[in-house]
Design a protein around this ligand. Structure first.
Ligand SMILES: Nc1nc2c(ncn2[C@@H]2O[C@H](COP(=O)(O)OP(=O)(O)OP(=O)(O)O)[C@@H](O)[C@H]2O)c(=O)[nH]1
Ligand SMILES: O=C([O-])CC(=O)C(=O)O
Ligand SMILES: [Mn+2]
Length: 607
């Protein structure tokens, strides 16, 4: 492969030509041919990932006005279209046969539609080709991926969020394939089309959750592969928690907008959003597919989030998206604790205090799903193992939800299967602004993967259970809820999660006891009082404990009846249904003898 194929003639500078031909990757050439024929770009830019490359792409994002420089060195701001501020669930399809809970489209129809929109979409534009590795290079979790896009903002984001891996593409290696075009940004023609065996297409959107292929689009592909190969590709943070016997790494699933990034800042950061998890010699090991954070900015303040606050106020590479740019060119967002500016520029254009939209609704200065994009390397709590090809050993798994009414702040499962089924597969959580559409409605969201499941759900849960069976000593599983309310007030503050995480560590090290309940094991008052003192220097009253840990058994019963109903109607293995049925039976027995709401002071200590 010494000569350039004809479809690329006139589209590559001599440097780019050398870069491409050096790889001798015929599969890559075939992919480029498809993209060039379809999108008809003026030229092609191969990203090698050198420092010059990275700064060149950042400059191009500024030149095309996809980003604007802020008044701190290295900081830029990007705006997505006012109607393109979050993941577009309704416009996202997996090609192929119907699968319950998955938005599918017949293959031929889906491909024809998206290709007709992408036809010629890059005319007069540069087509960027980013070459990355999901997971540390040389690890069992390494999966190569190629992003094609006409948006320098998208490539700039990926250079921050993923590991450039140009050299790994030498030879005929396989890779995941993503083609994105910002198109005309007509949201009516926004489509995200996922071919599980082929290319993922995304057009007429720039919001990173829809356009950055390696993030949530790749998750559908890797989840599907993981189920076929017997490992787990999850929507989870990975964090190291210090205990008396060293560091315990845990993974933590929370639906979008519900606690992954904030939990990952409570200990040693490995990952804030995604995890590849494999069984290796009987242990569980996990890797971060990513190398950066695309985090929610609303509510980030100096007291609750000192680590993120520092990153967002220090010179260095940061892309802010959909916050307010003040006349002094600084970034402002809601919940920062700073006074609201009088005016600025935001996702709706010019913004001023009191601005209303077409329907007369107030326009907030920053969008509730406004975000920051930053390399992991910028965080003071980054764990030295973040890029270790061996990953880290996982001792516990957390499944967390946003449940205002029923679930206790933390409970430990009886065992792996009980936790996987009644905590992970049974998650119900309130929708947040990370998805376009109605907010705050409770929805079924198994393992925080509702939008990303790409296999039948029963099969997915069975893979989880089988995964545990192959382990020497399966991790303990915990169910968490940071969002319980009494009336309209949260019963916990944001920092209380430190205490729940300490309890996890003490359970792993055998230093805290537990109370038996029908839904799992919960903390004792005495242990929590001690931990609130140690972790936060806070008094913890019996009244607080009772408000947080009373078992709302009627709510629990109704929840598991809904879950049983859902799983009974799809193709679910019998053993999984039995675990839910036994949970309902246990709740009913307790409820009959103890009533609808049971104070934790009436429960017995088990260990
Ligand atoms: N009330 C309350 N809010 C919290 C707590 N922890 C986090 N939040 C808020 O919940 C929102 C989402 O938290 P994140 O940790 O960013 O959620 P995430 O799971 O990383 O979300 P994605 O990045 O969309 O996947 C933010 O606005 C936080 O400020 C908590 O303990 N209590
Ligand atoms: O993908 C996104 O848009 C951001 C994110 O982390 C999520 O929604 O889970
Ligand atoms: Mn996050």
């Amino acid at each position: 492969m010494e000569v350039l194929p004809s479809f690329l003639k006139g589209k590559l500078s001599p440097i780019m030509e050398t870069r491409l031909l050096k790889l001798r990757n015929v599969k890559l050439l075939h992919f480029l041919e498809e993209a060039v024929d379809l999108c008809e770009p003026e030229s092609v830019y191969i990203v090698e990932g050198t420092e010059e490359d990275i700064s060149e792409i950042r400059n191009r994002a500024l030149l095309t006005k996809e980003e604007t420089e802020l008044n701190v060195k290295g900081h830029t701001i990007h705006f997505d279209h006012a109607l393109d501020q979050a993941r577009a669930r309704e416009d996202t399809f997996i090609l192929g046969d119907r699968i319950p809970f998955v938005n599918t489209k017949p293959r031929k129809e889906g491909l024809e539609e998206v290709k007709s929109i992408l036809k010629g979409a890059m005319k007069g534009r540069v087509m960027y080709v980013g070459l990355y590795s999901l997971g540390p290079v040389g690890s069992p979790a390494q999966i190569l991926a190629v992003q094609i896009t006409d948006s320098p903002y998208v490539i700039h984001s990926e250079n921050i969020l993923y590991r450039n891996a140009y050299r790994e593409f030498e030879g005929d290696k396989d890779f995941l394939k993503f083609i994105h075009s910002k198109g005309s940004q007509d949201v009516k023609k926004r489509r995200i089309v996922i071919d599980l065996d082929g290319v993922v297409y995304s057009v007429n959107t720039t919001y990173a959750g829809n356009s950055v292929g390696l993030k949530k689009l790749a998750l559908r592909l890797t989840l599907n592969r993981a189920v076929r190969e017997g490992w787990l590709s999850e929507h989870m943070a990975i964090v190291g928690l210090e205990g008396s016997n060293g560091v315990h790494y845990v993974t933590a699933a929370f639906p979008s907008g519900s606690g992954k990034t904030s939990t990952s800042m409570m200990g040693r950061l490995i990952s804030d959003d995604l995890a590849f998890i494999m069984g290796i010699d009987g242990d569980v090991r996990a890797w971060n597919p990513e190398a950066g954070v695309f985090g929610i900015i609303q509510g980030i303040n100096s007291k609750d989030d000192p680590i993120v606050w520092k990153v967002l106020h220090t010179p260095g590479e940061v892309i802010f998206s959909n916050v307010l740019m003040t006349p002094e060119r600084s970034a402002y967002w809601d919940g920062s604790g700073l006074p609201e500016p009088e005016k600025g520029i935001n996702f709706s254009g010019e913004w001023w205090k009191g601005k209303k939209d077409d329907q007369g609704k107030p326009v907030p200065p920053s969008h509730p799903n406004a975000r920051f994009t930053v390399s992991l390397k910028s965080f003071d709590n980054l764990d030295p193992n973040y890029d270790n090809p061996n990953g880290v050993k996982i001792d516990a798994v957390i499944f967390g939800v946003r449940d205002y009414k029923t679930l206790v702040p933390i409970a430990e499962a009886f065992d792996w299967e009980h936790g996987v089924v009644t905590m992970g597969a049974s998650m119900e959580s309130a929708r947040t602004s990370a998805v376009i559409g109605k907010q705050d409605e409770m929805e079924f969201n198994p393992m925080a993967l509702l939008d990303f499941i790409s296999v039948p759900l029963g099969k997915y849960v069975q893979n989880y259970i089988n995964f545990g069976k192959r382990l020497r000593n399966p991790p303990k599983i915990f169910g968490v809820n940071y969002f319980l309310k009494d009336g309209d007030k949260y019963v916990n503050s944001k920092e209380d999660k430190r205490v729940w995480l300490r309890w996890v560590v003490e359970r792993l090290e055998g230093r805290s006891k537990a109370l038996e309940t029908p839904i799992g094991k919960i903390p004792l008052y005495e242990d929590l009082r001690r931990l609130f003192g140690e972790a936060l220097g806070k008094e913890y009253s019996e009244k607080d404990y009772e408000a947080q840990f009373s078992l709302r058994l009627r709510g629990y019963k109704e929840k598991y009846e809904r879950i049983l109903d859902i799983y009974s109607k799809i193709d679910t293995p019998k053993d999984i249904l039995h675990i839910i049925e036994r949970q309902i039976q246990r709740i009913e027995e307790y409820r009959k003898s103890m009533g609808d709401v049971v104070s934790p002071f009436r429960l017995k200590v088990i260990e």
